[in-house]
Design a protein. Structure first.
Length: 591
């Protein structure tokens, strides 16, 4: 069934339910009431069954943009939210920003900049409204730490005031709602909440469909179906999601005490649109089947089956194999944040959030305080665990390692910093790609035999920048200002297209039988390249190192097409077989 998300402008008069206008915006082009409505359109309809009266003038929006929130504050102040970053005639709006458009002048302005409010990149506003007080009403698609102890989950509704900042308007899910429901929208009328969902369900003895609007009385804790969409527009509303937004001129009809909420849910995920109350945070399951981990459930209840209150969050596989952070996790220096045991092939998406401890590292050589033994994500204690992936976030300030996992792990797109031990440690056959490892008390990255380490940046670590073992591939990394070697492989490796500079030790150090090609090593405190017997060294650049440009230990290594210059100890040390020309200090004659 095609999902159509609709923006509803629903007005309830004091004497009962009376829908004055209906604003619709689909997530795909659809035919409704004989008109084609594009995903960037907001169309106004008479819900008594008449044809759409008009399309809201939002100017020229980019193709592919999706209106996910709308509020007509006045004819000259059309407020809306897009799901993509857009250039609106020189005004750049990020996804989730509230945009103000004046149809009379054609001028766009940023009404509310989410990044300026400290909302993390990647977080999406999936509901937006403007209260009668002028405050903004917002809901996010993931859990967000808003500071000051205020954490907004994806079931919460937040009030934002220019004077007072963020406050909780309604927290969560203690109104009897099935956690599998996506709360599409809500508005407030005379103290009652008007809500709509993206699926069928039942609550408080009331059956409803996704095209219906329910009213919740928080004093009496009762539910009423106040708008049956399929009855108003038979054959047209079925399958659509209704999202309530303010109606033009509704304030005069409703009175100054009315607050309306706007929102659009385009995703098959749990939307938080208002909500108020506390539900145990023990089982957080997004509609895509991913289990949620956040500070609240970690500390108070446990986050899922197999986990109990208090750190570490323990993943045993009893609840599932896919997990996602929905807030930062904060631990002390001796506490493990996430522990994987008895479960293979687990995926942990930090989702842009951070695992944070109190450790800081500084100086040369690097020193870290305070001391501790806590890890960010680990499988310590169960070496049989394999196939764990961790991605997309930061791990900083741990008392020991940022990440320590066993065989066949995947570590991608992490920033690991200020951890007292190594930033990342993985075992045999692992992938470590696209990470930043900086200011860790020991090495930046260690990977076991047969691993791939690619596209990482490692700098100012207290040990080696990157260390691997036999059979590994090390490519496209940058290692600089580490307190030991930049890159070292303790076995036959393939080392290509790396840059290593200003490290205290050797730039690139590889064991016998390695293939070393296309790397650059300069300004290091030791040799540019330290190579053991039986290796092939070609197409590299070694310059301005304190030691030799190329230093060979043992025999039978072959060299070709290397450029070696201005190294303090000399160009080449030890025997090597020249299978192609090399340049040493601007000469084709190399010692």
């Amino acid at each position: 069934m095609r999902k159509v998300v609709l923006v509803v402008v629903l007005v309830l008069m004091a004497g009962g339910a009376q829908a004055a206008t209906l604003d619709v915006s689909p997530d795909v082009a659809v035919e409704l009431w004989g008109a084609t409505i594009q995903r960037q359109d907001v169309a106004r309809d008479d819900p008594s069954g008449g044809a759409p009266g008009s399309i809201a003038d939002l100017g020229s929006l980019p193709d592919g943009a999706d209106v996910v929130g709308y509020h007509e504050a006045s004819p000259t102040r059309q407020l809306f939210v897009l799901d993509v970053t857009a250039d609106l005639g020189g005004t750049y709006a990020s996804a989730g920003d509230v945009i103000d458009y004046d149809p009379g002048t054609g001028v766009y302005q940023i009404e509310l900049d989410m990044s300026a409010l400290g909302i993390p990149d990647g977080t999406r506003v999936d509901a937006f409204g403007l209260a009668s007080s002028g405050d903004y009403i917002l809901s996010f698609d993931v859990t967000v730490d808003l500071g000051g102890g205020l954490v907004a989950s994806d079931e919460d509704l937040i009030n934002y005031s220019l004077e007072g900042g963020f406050t909780m308007l309604l927290n969560g899910s203690n109104v009897g709602l099935d956690r599998g429901l996506d709360l599409d929208a809500a508005s407030e009328l005379n103290g009652n909440l008007l809500v709509s969902f993206d699926s069928h369900g039942s609550i408080g003895g009331i059956d409803f469909a996704d095209e219906d609007v329910l009213s919740f009385d928080p004093v009496a804790s009762t539910w009423t179906n106040v708008y049956d969409g399929s009855a108003v527009h038979p054959g047209q509303w079925e399958g659509a999601d209704l999202v309530a937004v303010p109606e033009p001129g509704a304030w005069s009809l409703m009175g100054a005490g009315m607050a309306l909420l706007a929102g659009l849910a385009r995703r098959k995920r749990k939307l938080v649109l208002i909500a108020a109350l506390l539900v145990p945070a023990s089982v957080g399951m997004a509609s895509d089947g991913v289990l949620e981990i956040n500070q609240a459930c970690a500390v108070n209840t446990g986050c899922f089956s197999g986990d109990t209150a208090g750190y570490p969050v323990k993943i045993t596989g009893a609840a599932g194999h896919s997990y996602r952070l929905t807030s930062d996790l904060n631990v002390d220096q001796s506490t493990n944040a996430i522990l994987v045991q008895q479960a293979n092939n687990v995926s942990i998406d930090l989702n842009g959030f951070s695992i944070v401890g109190p450790v800081t590292c500084s100086g040369t050589p690097v020193a870290c305080t305070p001391t501790g033994v806590g890890h960010g994500v680990s499988s310590v204690g169960d070496p049989a665990v394999r196939g764990v992936s961790v991605k997309n976030g930061s791990i900083t300030g741990m008392g020991w390692y940022g990440v320590i996992l066993a065989d066949q792990s995947e570590i991608t797109n992490l920033r690991v910093s200020n951890n007292r031990g190594h930033g990342i440690v993985v075992n045999f056959g692992s992938l470590v790609s696209g990470n930043n490892a900086e200011l860790n008390g020991d090495g930046g990255i260690y990977a076991g035999d047969g691993s791939t380490v690619s596209g990482n940046v490692v700098y100012k670590n207290g040990g080696n920048g990157i260390s691997t073992s036999a059979g590994s591939t090390i490519s496209g990394n940058v290692a600089y200002e580490n307190d030991d070697d930049g890159i070292i492989c303790q076995g036959a490796c393939t080392v290509s297209a790396n840059t290593s500079y200003k490290n205290s030790g050797t730039g690139i150090n590889s064991a016998h039988g390695s293939t070393i090609s296309g790397n650059t090593s300069y300004n290091n405190g030791g040799d540019g390249f330290l190579v053991y017997r039986g290796s092939t060294v070609s197409g590299n650049t070694a310059r301005s190192n304190t030691g030799y440009g190329l230093s060979f230990q043992g025999t039978d290594s072959a060299i070709a097409h290397n450029v070696i210059s201005n190294n303090a100890a000399g160009t080449i040390l030890g025997p090597a077989i020249e299978i192609g020309p090399n340049a040493c200090n601007a000469s084709l004659t190399c010692p």
